[in-house]
Design a protein around this ligand. Sequence first.
Ligand SMILES: Cc1ncc(COP(=O)(O)O)c(C=O)c1O
Length: 458
Amino acid sequence: MTDPTTTSLTTPPTIPMPTPTTSALDPITASAAALDAADPLAPFRARFALPDGVIYLDGNSLGPLPHAAVARLQTVVTEEWGTGLIRSWNDADWIGAPARVGAKIARLVGAAPHEVLVADSTSVNLYKVIVAALLAQPERMTILSEPGNFPTDLYLIESAIRTLGRGHRLVLAPREEIAARCDADTALVLLTHVHYRTAEVYDLAAVTRAAHAAGARICWDLSHSLGAMPIDLAAAGADYAVGCGYKFLNGGPGAPAMVYVAERHHATLETPLGGWLGHARPFAFEDAYTPAPGIARLQCGTPPVLSLAALEVGVELMLEADLTRVAEKSRALCERFRALVEARCAAYGAQVVGPPPGAPRGSHVSIAHPAAYAVMQALIARGVIGDYRVAPSAPARAGVAGAPMEEDDSRHAGVMRFGITPLYLRFADVDRAVEVLEEVLRTGVWQEPRFHVRQAVT
Ligand SMILES: Cc1ncc(COP(=O)(O)O)c(C=O)c1O
């Protein structure tokens, strides 16, 4: 790989791009302007609070603030909480919010309204459905997933195995082997639909079929596809799904998560966290637990009303957009980003990872670089905000918050991750982001010590 510190005089190769439509602009700028002018999703950009001077490429991690959320939270705080006080559980239907927002999310994932609930975090929901799936098929002892899956998914499988104490085992198989590895001992297949690091995407229907053919159940972690592309859980016949509210749904930091359970499993659904609000009659205050009908039993305690209110705004906004169009624009933006990075930044050691051009993909683009962390910090300092993910093979020694990155950290090609979110990103933003990336790499400004100090959140 080229040493970026010694290539500052390298001339970037010419980029093959569409013919200009406006003679005053260079071909690339003109093609971005034309694409932005013709973009049917363009009006959505005005619905978000996007700071001046920022190109926000981290909506796959934390979506930006919808303007409507400010007004909605103002009402919930000052009127419903401030004036309505405890009466608002009924008068403002706070108590109905988990099911109501769940029913709205159901429309984004091809589920029936009563199959989706909003509750807790994705991690907690994972724990609930993993245990439920294992209890439902006690004769099967294997949970199948892939190495490099999002860590919480693997950790929660381990937690479920430990707390059940029945000798279940976790098997990790490469993604291309998953279908073939489903067998008569597989109780649950747990996969992340779009990989958080590489943006690789599973064929949700095909893998669900393979799991079912072996008599196994499947849980999809939709965290990186929910709100980014059309999903049809019913058509696929999926058993369980979970997904984050704060990413593409723009529900705000710490927004609660969705959980889906197919109706056919409702009657026998067992939760390991049978709390009072998942009881059939919470306000009967009975000593013994009786589960609420259906998915409502997956609610455990009091829902976070303020966070739910913000999430509902994000979900409603997403429901206004046509997800097929969102996915089409995402693909066009991702392909453009990839092509520009390859043309302008490869000479400085930047390498696009993930699905090749034309292959199915999720809505972020990851770029490996020997100094990915520092390069990302330099980008953020210039208003181009993405994030950094450590290489999967890097051991836990990757660093302590506040300390300089270890010298050899750069040898593990961590990735810069750029979220491509079509509701508020323009083609011109993609072009500008690559221009800044190229400048950071060419000048070597990322070598400044301040860009090497590891923050708690990367
Ligand atoms: C794929 C995936 N699953 C699960 C989670 C964890 O979600 P939470 O922290 O809300 O439990 C994340 C968080 O980024 C994620 O990317």
